[in-house]
Design a protein around this ligand. Structure first.
Ligand SMILES: *Cc1c(COP(=O)(O)O)cnc(C)c1O
Length: 456
């Protein structure tokens, strides 16, 4: 498979180059030349295959001839030792994507990216150094994904005092090959420093540098897997039984997946509601649809940063400054994956597959409280945006229900400060308990390049 820059359709690159350089040299994002359809036999058995087998079949054509089959099989097994259950909550389905080590869906992309990097760099003697800036959530997933991966070390920059105590422990509590720098400044300062470091000739001579930000194609592709797996499951009329790890109180009564307005209806393609910020997750869903997973379409739910819903509405794209909301991992005014959206699909095509909605903080909070009161299930603020997005999108009701799932992008305990005042205490999963016990060991640096270069 060849990969093109969204800004230059001529010069194709290999999977390895697209992976390890992240951003194309012209500033564009890498996109695959085609979105390969699943073989018939695979498409027909998505409902009965294991998650790892679906991951293998989904990723394989994107890395064809560059990652041999047995290696890829091993990679997906090591990347995904945790489930992505599709369960019934109240009148709809929820796809829980927070059972990974940092309790957010970004684990699916970050873990595959780390293992793919290690394989693609095999035999190189210069160790690879990853530089990443984070406002909170991404840094933890990247740190965890690369932790103890041989031949790779990581430096994560985060704004000192502006991430939650839990996020700080996820980023700075691991040690080993993960170095954390608490920058005296904002997230923008962190990003500026990383960019400046990449532009520094001396440093590039000394270290093999790469980035691990959300636009990397190796983070995007594996996210198509949970869409295909859950769409296949629902199409077979199946859901997962409720596990112990779902965030709920004793009032929660699972309804068995057959009684909701929106439930797993056999032979009916599913609609996903995707809480969106940078739109990587949504693009991955569109890849799964194009590959042939039984998906009818998407509701893209944003908070008040509604650049894409407005684009779908008016046909005009207008980047904006981001506004702060309680679903802060989605506070993006200029979603970088918009470039991928238009590289693959016209406005008309996108409108056929995606409906945009924007949800206020007020409605997000109301939703967290109401869903907890009526079902006993805890939503985090991002998932609550998705939940309310479904309620706001009335045309679905007029279809009379059907297969529909909201993506639960983070565990509510990760955002306990916002959730608990609305619901009472949230159960904390084992992964987060473990992280909370760690001691953050970040080095504090001023927001200037010389300080960063000195550390590196
Ligand atoms: C990153 C993130 C999102 C937004 O995902 P995009 O791919 O950027 O649209 C939503 N929810 C949570 C919890 C996140 O961490």
């Amino acid at each position: 498979m060849r990969y093109y820059s969204t800004r230059n359709k001529k010069a194709g690159e290999s999977f390895a180059v697209a992976a390890l350089t992240g951003l194309a040299p012209d500033g564009g994002l890498f996109v695959p030349e085609t979105i390969p359809p699943y073989p018939r036999a695979v498409q027909a058995s998505l409902g009965s295959m294991s998650f790892q087998d679906i991951a293998f079949e989904t990723i394989k054509p994107f890395a064809e001839s560059e990652i041999p089959d047995p290696v890829l099989e091993d990679l997906v097994c090591r990347a995904y030792p945790f489930p992505a259950p599709l369960i019934q909550v109240g009148d709809r389905l929820v796809l829980e994507l927070f059972h990974g080590p940092t309790a957010a869906f970004k684990d699916f992309g970050a873990r595959f990216m780390a293992l793919a990097f290690a394989y693609l760099r095999r035999g190189e003697d210069k160790p690879l150094h990853i530089l990443a800036a984070t406002s909170g959530d991404t840094g933890g997933a990247v740190a965890d994904g690369f932790y103890n991966v041989e031949g790779i070390s990581v430096t994560v920059l985060y704004p000192k005092g502006r991430v939650t105590p839990l996020q700080e422990r996820q980023i700075a509590g691991l040690g080993g090959n993960i170095r954390a720098l608490a920058v005296e400044g904002s997230f923008d300062d962190c990003q500026r420093l990383v960019k400046a470091a990449f532009g520094n000739g001396d440093l590039k001579k000394r270290l093999a540098l790469s980035s691990a930000n959300s636009i990397n194609i190796t983070r995007l592709i594996p996210q198509a897997v949970y869409y295909a797996a859950s769409a296949g499951k629902a199409f077979a009329g199946k859901t997962d039984p409720l596990g112990d790890a779902s965030p709920r109180n004793s009032k929660f009564v699972p309804s068995g997946g057959t009684s909701g307005t929106f439930r797993a209806v056999a032979k009916q393609p599913i609609v996903f509601c995707v809480p969106s910020g940078n739109f990587g997750n949504l693009i991955a869903g569109l890849y799964a649809l194009e590959m042939g997973a039984p998906i009818r379409g998407f509701i893209a739910a944003t908070n008040s940063n509604k650049t894409i819903p407005d684009y779908l509405d008016t046909g005009y794209y207008e980047a904006r400054f981001s506004k702060a909301t309680i679903s802060n991992a989605m506070d993006v005014g200029a979603p970088s994956n918009f470039e991928r959206m238009v590289a693959h699909w016209s406005l008309q095509e996108t409108r056929r597959m995606v409906h945009g909605v924007s949800v206020s903080d007020e409605d997000t909070c109301k939703t967290i409280g109401e869903v907890h009161k009526t079902t006993g299930y805890f939503l985090d603020p991002h998932t609550a945006v998705g939940w309310h997005g479904v309620d706001q999108f009335q045309p679905l009701r007029s279809f009379g229900g059907g297969s529909l799932a909201v993506l639960a992008t983070a565990h509510p305990a990760k955002f306990a400060e916002a959730v608990e005042p609305l619901t009472g205490p949230v159960p904390v999963p084992a992964s987060l308990k473990k992280a909370l016990e760690r001691k953050p060991q970040a080095r504090i640096i001023p927001a200037d390049l010389s300080a960063l270069l000195e550390v590196l």
